[in-house]
Ligand binder design. Structure first.
Ligand code: AMP
Length: 562
């Protein structure tokens, strides 16, 4: 297929803000790629399925170099244009447009296959001396396409197509194209089926081709391939928890660590994924050891929390204390000794060839009781009581807090596991719960003694795959790194993610998730969510979380009392 065809679709999507129009544009296009379902990734601005974490590893500086080289102008000229236009896609379109006019450059048509081939190469080469090679692959594409095609190549490389297509719209387009729903109700039912299939597969190409054949039910869990974890809404208190999950119910410690899905494949290999579907097997060699020694079964997928503890005092530590283990790729043995973790297993969704997601929670728990041999400070089951009694829950709640944990999780005994969904089968109970996990979408450079650092951050929640602004946060970070998460650390992280520059402000790829505490929530016409947080403060960096884990508009609304 010609790349120009997909660029026409991008342009049409960019020209409307209306969700229904976007859905129709996409649904029409899906008709053209039935035989090549992988092209759906390009509509997401990706090259692989969502569970596949291969990255381009391309900063905007590198793209500046590539544009300069392709257009035969200096880097500083590109930077000048960047300052003026604010976005590198437009810069590429502009400067290459001028060049192509001058030289009447003729090139044969750029194909989608060529774009995918070159961009996929970007994800495989790494190490010293590869920068030039990477630039070469981009330049080749910029040379062979029209200026508009160059714009979308650049935007794809920077993972920001600016076409306003989130996973919700793509899902709806699959529904419209594959099922032609009769009415709104039918559309909703189909959307749930497609969403459930997606949460198991985390791969729109697979979901699309299955939906085309009307065989969504054939999408199966497979150990080794990460799935979206089940999420939990908040309860206002013990009584509210019982109201949502029924009586009797299970209550468990809500451990203050990070979520991991432990996969044992049939060949015996253990793979570990965070809830943002990132593989962290290498960073946590002890997890595979504990699982091999303590869990029986040929293949399985366990849902668990990795919790830090102090090896001397045998006291649990908080998430922040062990968070550096998630990213660290070197000194792993040293870090393992310094920052040990215990696994608290709380669910199982696949065992010896069978999916368990439709089974009641109580049965899944019984199974983990049978197959996990507990050993303190290595692997345990989440501490649990089953009760109908509020006083008993309150006591257990206090015990969890005294044990340095965050609170409790309440769980319906007969509920299935719903990958990716945040529904009321289980609820969290945390004291002083005025915080949300949000993603940073932009930032502003500081002044005075904070010049050189980004010091104000735009944060957003999500709504059916779209991001909605909730305001700016400029407190919580530290000037001195030894005091905690610092402005410098955040600046270093965000600078790698810049997609747009507007004077002192930048927009970034939405990848950095932070916990933001606030005093209350106000209605606000200023921000696209319609709400603003009052006195917001960043309290944590959540390396283990991604955009799909952040708070939803529904939750913000719920807490606002509107
Ligand atoms: P929150 O991070 O506030 O959204 O709370 C949900 C998180 O609590 C889950 O994603 C898990 O990482 C964590 N968690 C800790 N203990 C449990 C447990 N017993 N059951 C389920 N989730 C737990």
């Amino acid at each position: 297929m010609d790349y120009s065809k997909i660029c026409e679709v991008y342009a049409a999507l960019e020209s409307t803000t209306k969700g229904l129009e976007k859905t129709d544009i996409l649904a029409n296009f899906l008709g053209e790629i039935c035989d090549e379902p992988e092209l759906i990734y390009l509509l997401q601005g990706r090259l692989f399925a969502d569970y596949d974490n291969r990255e381009f590893g391309i900063s905007h500086q590198l793209v500046i170099k590539a544009i300069g080289r392709a257009a035969g102008i200096s880097e500083s000229e590109v930077v000048e244009e960047f300052k003026e236009l604010g976005e590198l896609g437009l810069v590429a379109e502009n400067v290459l447009g001028k060049k192509k006019k001058q030289t009447a450059l003729f090139s044969k048509k750029l194909s989608v296959e060529k774009v995918m081939e070159n961009l996929r190469k970007l994800t495989t080469i790494e190490g010293k001396g590869t920068v030039d090679q990477k630039i070469g692959y981009i330049v080749e594409l910029l040379h062979s396409g029209t200026p508009e095609e160059a714009k979308f190549v650049v935007r794809t490389v920077l993972s920001d197509l600016k076409i306003g297509v989130g996973s919700g719209i793509l899902r709806d387009a699959i529904v419209v194209h594959c099922f032609s729903p009769k009415d709104l109700e039918d559309k909703k039912v189909c959307a749930i089926a497609v969403q459930e299939a997606y949460d198991k597969a985390t791969d729109f190409a697979e979901v699309f081709s299955r939906a085309c054949d009307d065989s969504l039910e054939k999408i199966k869990l497979k150990p080794g391939k990460p799935v979206k974890v089940m999420l939990f809404p908040k309860a206002k208190g013990v009584e509210d928890a019982f109201r949502i999950i029924g009586r009797p119910a299970a209550f468990e410690y809500k451990y203050d660590g990070f979520r991991i899905m432990i996969n044992k494949e049939k060949n015996g290999k253990v793979k570990i994924f965070t809830r943002r579907l990132e593989e962290v097997t290498k960073q946590f060699p002890e997890i595979a050891e504990y699982v091999e020694e303590h869990v029986s079964g040929d293949s399985f997928i366990l849902d668990a929390e990795a919790v830090g503890f102090d090896s001397k005092t045998k006291k649990y530590t908080d998430f922040q204390a062990i968070s550096q283990r998630i990213r660290r790729k070197y000194d792993i043995a040293k870090l393992r000794d310094e920052l040990p973790i215990e696994l608290a297993v709380f669910d199982i969704i696949f065992y010896n060839g069978d999916s368990l997601i439709g089974k009641p929670f109580i049965e899944r728990r019984k199974l983990i009781e049978q197959i996990v041999r507990e050993e303190e400070w290595k692997i345990v089951l989440a501490k649990q009581i089953i009760t109908s009694d509020e006083v008993e829950v309150e006591k257990f709640y206090e015990a969890a807090l005294a044990d340095n944990q965050e609170g409790l999780m309440g769980k319906s005994l007969d509920a299935p596991y719903k990958p990716g969904a945040r529904i009321g089968h289980a609820v969290k109970l945390k004291p002083e719960d005025k915080d949300f996990d949000l993603v940073i979408t932009g930032a502003e450079w500081g002044t005075g003694k904070r010049a050189g650092w980004l010091t104000s951050f735009d944060v957003a929640c999500r709504d059916d795959g779209e991001l909605l602004a909730l305001g700016k946060v400029s407190t919580g970070l530290k000037e001195k790194p030894e005091e905690g998460l610092s402005f410098k650390e955040m600046t270093d992280m965000l600078e790698k993610l810049v997609v747009e520059v507007d004077g002192r402000k930048i927009s970034v790829k939405p990848e950095v998730v932070v916990t933001v505490q606030y005093q209350n929530i106000q209605k606000s016409p200023t921000y696209s969510s319609g709400f603003a947080l009052r006195f917001p403060r960043i309290t944590r960096l959540r390396e283990d979380r991604g955009v799909s884990d952040i708070a939803t508009l529904g939750e913000i609304e719920g807490e606002s009392g509107e």
